[in-house]
Design a protein around this ligand. Structure first.
Ligand code: PRP
Ligand code: MG
Length: 177
C-alpha cells in the first residue's frame, strides 16, 4: 500500500507495554499533546482531508477523541458534539453498546445534539478492534446525521478495526502501526 512518509510528530507517540492490562500495548498520545508545535502539526494533518468538506460538526469520542476532535473542530470552525461514556450527559441520550479489546462498554450522545442531515466527522485517537468507532457511527446513524467520514490519529493494524469497517464512510488514519 501507499503510506505517506512518517511525520516528525509521530516520534512523540509513546508505546506503553501491558497497559491497562497485561498483553496490551498502549499508544500514549500525551507526549504529543504536551508539545505545542507537534500537537498543532498533528491536528493540521488530521483536518487536512476535511477542509473542503463543509462539515457542520465534529463528533469526538471520550476521552482522547475529545482532545483531538475539539481541536479539529476549532481549526475547521465547526461545532463539537461529545460522544460520552454512560451516565455523563445530562439530557436525553441515545445509547450504543460495544466490545473493546479488553472489556465491554457503552457510549451515548444527546438525542438532540444535531439536526437530522447535519454533516459530521467522527473522531477518535486510536482504531484498534474498531468497536468504539463503529458504535459512534451507529450513534450518528441514530441521530440521522450525514457522516462524511471518520478520522483517527493512529490505526493499529492487525486488530481487525479496518476489516470490521465495512461501511462506505471513508475511514482516514494518519499513522498505521
Ligand atoms: C481506546 C482508544 C479508542 C479505543 C480503540 O479508548 O482511545 O477510543 O480504545 O479501541 P477499539 O478500536 O478496540 O474500540 P478507551 O475507551 O480505552 O480509553 P479513553 O477513555 O482513554 O479514550
Ligand atoms: Mg478512547
Amino acid at each position: 500500500t501507499d503510506l505517506p512518509a512518517t511525520p516528525a510528530w509521530a516520534g512523540r507517540l509513546r508505546d506503553v507495554a501491558d497497559f491497562p492490562k497485561p498483553g496490551i500495548l498502549f499508544k500514549d498520545i500525551m507526549p504529543l499533546l504536551a508539545d505545542g508545535d507537534d500537537f498543532a502539526a498533528a491536528i493540521d494533518a488530521m483536518v487536512a482531508p476535511w477542509r473542503e468538506a463543509r462539515l457542520d460538526a465534529v463528533m469526538g469520542i471520550e476521552s482522547r477523541g475529545f482532545i483531538l476532535g475539539a481541536a479539529m473542530a476549532r481549526v475547521l470552525g465547526v461545532g463539537f458534539v461529545p460522544v460520552r461514556k454512560p451516565g455523563k450527559l445530562p439530557g436525553r441520550t441515545l445509547k450504543q453498546d460495544y466490545t473493546l479489546e479488553y472489556r465491554t462498554d457503552s457510549i451515548e450522545v444527546h438525542a438532540d445534539a444535531l439536526p437530522p442531515g447535519a454533516r459530521v466527522l467522527v473522531v477518535d485517537d486510536v482504531l484498534a478492534t474498531g468497536g468504539t468507532l463503529l458504535a459512534a457511527l451507529s450513534l450518528a446513524r441514530q441521530l440521522q446525521v450525514e457522516v462524511l467520514g471518520a478520522a483517527v490519529l493512529v490505526e493499529l493494524a492487525g486488530l481487525g478495526g479496518r476489516e470490521r469497517w465495512t461501511s462506505d464512510v471513508p475511514l482516514v488514519a494518519n499513522l498505521v502501526y
